[in-house]
Design a protein around this ligand. Structure first.
Ligand SMILES: C[S@@+](CC[C@H](N)C(=O)[O-])C[C@H]1O[C@@H](n2cnc3c(N)ncnc32)[C@H](O)[C@@H]1O
Length: 311
């Protein structure tokens, strides 16, 4: 589960210091280990203060039930950001990809549309299984949503807003190449060189300071290509917009890059309506290159910056 923010943690600590632990923690004993399903912060604070910590033992739970309970209680009680909630839903979907959105929604107490949109987002990454059928709570199997019904994940014409491109320029100085673009998008991106569907950025050599916001439904191809271009050292710095799935950025993080998890889901420009629109999926922004300090200074106020600490 995501950690508590410092002010929420301090509030909880102050309340326990005055009243003790009022709400019992839930413990799942399994093969001699006591797992805290709910209340690890309460337990930690009580131990630190030398207080009693009431608990409820739930030896009746299966491992899966214990995990679902932990997620559902966190979703219900804690003040989580949209991105944190979607990450918890994503964890559940990775664990039970065969369960329908409605079922997962009921398990976690969230609406099934949100679960469906997280599923679409995961399906755009490489590691989520593409199942032919999913199972409803009634035990029946239904056809899985087809890639073509993946709502706006399949709409490639969503352009980067000018605030984000301006921020990239503050990190780079200049954008040398946008490998996945269109002439309309490049009016904002202003890359010296850009490739389009017709000139096919996946078949060209990339170079210099690259800004990449590719079609998410073909993410593995674009991420793999970026990794090879970095390996070749033709690409010197990269800012990459990708799906809100941290594992999609694993190669970049393994190479020592950093990742912005935005507090607010970025909106993208819809050239048909000439407006910024809220896509049904979130995005993360990665950076690789020698100017991490600049990236952090420019983007760090917009969310949480992640870096892999274990190689
Ligand atoms: C999400 S949009 C981003 C556009 C632009 N890079 C930006 O940030 O505003 C992805 C763009 O990639 C283009 N595209 C799709 N396939 C492509 C390919 N094989 N080569 C180059 N561009 C492609 C789409 O037409 C679309 O304009």
């Amino acid at each position: 589960m995501p950690p508590l923010s410092p002010d929420v943690y301090e509030g909880l600590r102050a309340s326990i210091a005055v009243s003790g632990v009022v709400l019992p923690i839930i413990v799942w004993p399994h093969r001699g280990v006591r797992y805290i399903v709910d209340g690890s912060h309460r337990k930690g604070i009580a131990t630190e203060l030398g207080y009693e910590c009431p608990e409820v033992l739930r030896s009746d739970l299966t491992e899966e039930e214990a995990r679902v309970m932990a997620r559902a209680l966190n979703m219900a009680r804690r003040q989580l950001t949209t991105i944190q909630k979607r990450q918890i839903i994503a964890d559940q979907l990775r664990e039970t990809p065969e369960k329908s959105a409605r079922w997962v929604g009921k398990m976690l107490g969230v609406d099934d549309k949100t679960v469906g949109s997280v599923r679409s987002e995961l399906a755009s990454g490489a590691e989520f299984p593409h199942l032919a059928t999913i199972r409803g709570q009634d035990g029946k199997c239904y056809p899985a949503p087809s890639p073509s019904s993946r709502s706006a994940v399949g709409n490639h014409e969503r352009y980067t807003p000018s605030w984000l491109v301006d921020a990239v320029r503050r990190v780079f100085g200049r954008i040398d190449l946008d490998p996945a673009s269109s002439s309309k998008a490049n009016r904002t991106v202003k890359a010296t060189t850009f490739f389009t569907k017709r000139t096919d950025g996946l078949k060209r050599l990339w170079h210099g300071r690259v800004f990449l916001n590719p079609p998410f439904d073909d993410w593995p191809a674009w991420a793999g290509r970026l990794d090879r271009e970095i390996e070749s050292r033709r690409v010197t710095q990269a800012v990459v917009v990708g799906p809100a799935n941290i594992s999609a950025f694993r190669p970049l993080l393994k190479r020592g890059g950093v990742l912005l998890v935005p507090d607010e889901r970025p909106k993208y420009y819809d050239p048909d309506s000439n407006r910024l629109v809220d896509p049904p999926f979130g995005s993360l922004i990665g950076y690789l290159g020698q100017h991490q300090d600049r990236f952090i200074a420019v983007f760090g106020t917009r969310g949480v910056i992640l870096r892999q600490i274990v190689p």
